[in-house]
Design a protein around this ligand. Structure first.
Ligand code: ATP
Ligand code: MG
Length: 241
């Protein structure tokens, strides 16, 4: 009896460990130590995949988006930018391209409020937008002081053109593809798109629809991140499969 109990307990512990490993947190570099390590590892893998594509193809700018709201685009964009920033030689910029439902200001310790919305409205100069987060070795441009329905894409275009030469990587956090056309337009302003889908939640049809929308505008989908993956098989059994 106790052996069965021990086996079940071990399975439960393994399941917990693996569940955490496959669920990146919002601020991976600043969260608790043990959790940080496993999460870091997942983001380092994502970073390595991106860099392996970026170097040969000259890719600098990437949009992170998802089919629907709340599937983890912002979480992954911040995690990816932070992972890229771990290479202290890299110059990394994170841009909040989701001006519909911006959230950077509640997640990151930004010093300034102004962002893309203020730039487009003529309230801020481009050089006044970025906050430097020294710990993460990234610069951040938020969406701005208030949510907006629209932002002039020519402004975004010229900002990206200006910043392209100043950074090795620009990660743009986008709105959901299926909810706003903005995401597809933003996809045309970057070199590639990472699509975030939520395990056990994003309907397949929604993922396909997002892929179709991005395909229509000629966006290059670099890959898909499966967020919040739960592992129902204990790790020690999975390792035998
Ligand atoms: N892997 C994860 N583990 C735990 N919490 C997560 C994970 N991914 C996302 N979350 C949480 O889920 C919520 C939605 O995530 P996030 O803001 O990244 O989604 P989003 O796709 O950017 O949403 P929106 O479309 O509203 O911008 C947040 O509270 C975030 O902290
Ligand atoms: Mg978001």
């Amino acid at each position: 009896m106790s052996k069965i109990y021990e086996a079940l307990k071990k399975a439960e512990q393994d399941r917990e460990r693996v569940r955490v490993q496959s669920t990146p947190a919002v601020t991976p570099v600043v969260s608790g130590a043990a959790r940080t390590n496993v999460i870091d590892e997942e983001y380092q893998k994502l970073r390595a995949s991106l860099v392996s594509i970026a170097v040969p193809s000259g890719l600098h700018t990437v949009l992170v988006s998802s089919p629907n709201h709340r599937e983890g685009a912002t979480t992954v964009a911040i995690g990816l930018a932070s992972a890229l920033g771990r290479d202290r030689e890299s110059r990394v910029l994170l841009v909040e391209g989701n001006w519909r439902t911006p959230s950077f200001r509640s997640i990151l310790p930004l010093t300034g409020d102004s962002g893309l919305i203020d730039l487009a409205a003529g309230r801020a100069a481009p050089e006044a937008l970025a906050t430097r987060l020294e710990d993460l070795n990234i610069s951040v441009i938020p969406a701005g002081t208030a949510p907006a329905q629209t932002v002039d894409f020519e402004v975004v275009d010229s900002l990206m053109a200006r910043l392209r030469s100043q950074f090795d990587f620009i990660v743009v956090d986008g709105p959901p593809v299926n909810s706003y056309a903005d995401a597809s337009v933003l996809a045309t302003k970057v070199d590639g798109v990472i699509l975030v889908v939520e395990a056990d939640n994003t309907p397949v049809l929604d993922a396909e629809n997002a892929k179709r929308q991005l395909g229509k505008v000629g966006a290059r989908i670099l890959g898909v991140v499966l967020n919040r993956r739960r592992n129902y098989i204990p790790a020690f059994i999975e390792s035998l499969l």
